[in-house]
Write a protein that binds this ligand. Structure first.
Ligand SMILES: Cc1ncc(COP(=O)(O)O)c(C=O)c1O
Length: 407
């Protein structure tokens, strides 16, 4: 197995300041050694089972499939993992690796907060110090996750530079790492950044796809025509797709945030029309940039999909046609969330609901002897402060006001 790539086609690389070369070299060597070390792999597997709760189930969405009348829909229930999303797979793998490397402190960046919560929780479990950088805007809109991170003992550092969102938090984390790497590991939250991060994150997330291979053999009678996953930076999708990339089928479908439309600042559609090649935060990929090469603002109803770049392997797979990219709007994601909640009793995270929306469209075009498998990368508990306002309107507002009044 090829574990280490500098480049995926023309994307990837390690475009960093000289000061970060040594920690990246050290990380690459430790990672390659760990992936063939029986002790490391069995400890990881033990924690995946007993702490994350793996394997996550593959559920046949029977009611949804009957209503849609086309291809059968199956849902990989990644949201049932501890802390509520796939982010924990990568956080656990990297934190365990850092501990083996003798590091005592972890730093991370977070946008939606889900990666920060996953990182803070594994640090508590493994006894590591944890600092999470988070843009002030994201802290305000994801306050419940800030509360959880602090409950796990992490220090959440507000970032007030730039647009005060994820990309600014990444800059702060990189700055910290440049002066602290002898004791500290920078735990990147998606399949991006300078190498070896894209390979490492894919490998730790590929547990999702490896389970799926077995579950298809055991439980899926139909011919699997497509795997569908949402794409922010790309960690849940690349992990879900990983064992299938070298095959010709099934189709691999990545779903981006179509937001409110394709105007500047209204979406995060990097692979479906608006991205350009660039080098940002240590790697070459497709980004949303203005004509001066500056990163453009983004929007999505889901805080986890509004990143202006995409992991380099996915950019390459998009360019070669192995991954087909599409997008879902805020409105379509909300409709999918309601559809699966109403008919299957599961609440998709807003990010994953984008994949749900694309799966609904694909299923309608297919036939009942085919199957579409959608990755529910997370569950929607974290989003209730956004969704309830839209779905439940004033009653929710009144509830929040009365709770605040009691405090
Ligand atoms: C539930 C969920 N799904 C998807 C994503 C998007 O990230 P990625 O593309 O790395 O899977 C996030 C990011 O926060 C998330 O919380």
């Amino acid at each position: 197995m090829q574990l280490y790539n500098d480049f995926f086609g023309r994307f990837g690389g390690r475009y960093v300041a000289e000061v970060l070369r040594k920690p990246l070299d050290e990380l690459e060597q430790s990672f390659i050694a760990a992936m063939s070390n029986e002790g490391f792999l069995s400890e990881l597997e033990y924690l995946q089972k007993t702490y994350i709760g793996r394997p996550t189930p593959l559920m046949f969405a029977e009611n949804a499939s009957n209503i849609l009348g086309g291809s059968k829909i199956y849902i990989k229930m990644e949201g049932l993992a501890n802390t509520g999303a796939h982010k924990i797979n990568n956080a656990l793998g990297q934190a365990l690796l850092a501990k083996k490397m003798g590091k005592s402190r972890i730093i991370a960046e977070t946008g939606a907060g889900q990666h920060g919560v996953a990182t803070a929780s594994v640090c508590a479990r493994l006894g590591l110090d944890c600092t999470v950088y988070m843009g002030e805007v994201d802290m305000a809109r994801q306050r419940p996750n800030v509360y959880l991170m602090e409950m796990f003992g992490a220090q959440v550092v507000p970032v007030s530079s730039g647009s005060r969102t994820l990309k600014d938090a990444v800059n702060e984390a990189l700055r910290d790492w440049a002066s602290s790497w002898d004791t500290t590991h920078y735990l990147i939250g998606s399949a991006l950044g300078p190498s070896p991060f894209p390979d490492m994150v894919r490998e730790f997330q590929s547990v999702i796809g490896k389970e799926l291979v077995k579950q298809i053999e055991e439980n899926v009678k139909e011919d699997v025509e497509a795997l569908v996953a949402c794409v922010g930076g790309g960690s849940n999708s690349i992990g879900f797709f990983a064992p299938f990339i070298e095959q010709e089928r099934p189709a691999l479908v990545g779903v981006e945030a179509g937001g409110r439309g394709l105007g500047n600042g209204e979406h995060a559609a990097r692979m479906t029309g608006c991205g350009v090649e660039g080098i940002v935060q240590g790697y070459k990929s497709m980004f949303l940039l203005d004509s001066d090469g500056q990163v453009l603002p983004t929007h999505s109803i889901s805080a986890g999909l509004d990143y202006p770049g995409i992991g380099p392997q996915l950019a390459h797979l998009g360019e070669t046609g192995r991954v087909i990219f599409t997008r879902a709007t805020d409105k379509e994601a909300l409709e999918a969330l309601r559809f699966f909640a109403r008919h299957e009793g599961v609440i998709f995270a807003l990010e994953s609901a984008h994949a749900g929306a694309a799966a609904i469209k694909l299923a309608k075009e297919g036939s009942p002897d085919k199957a579409i498998i959608v990755n529910m990368s997370g569950r929607g508990d974290k989003d209730i402060f956004i969704t309830a306002k839209i779905i439940d309107g004033n009653r929710w507002r009144d509830f929040l006001l009365s709770e605040a009044g009691d405090a």
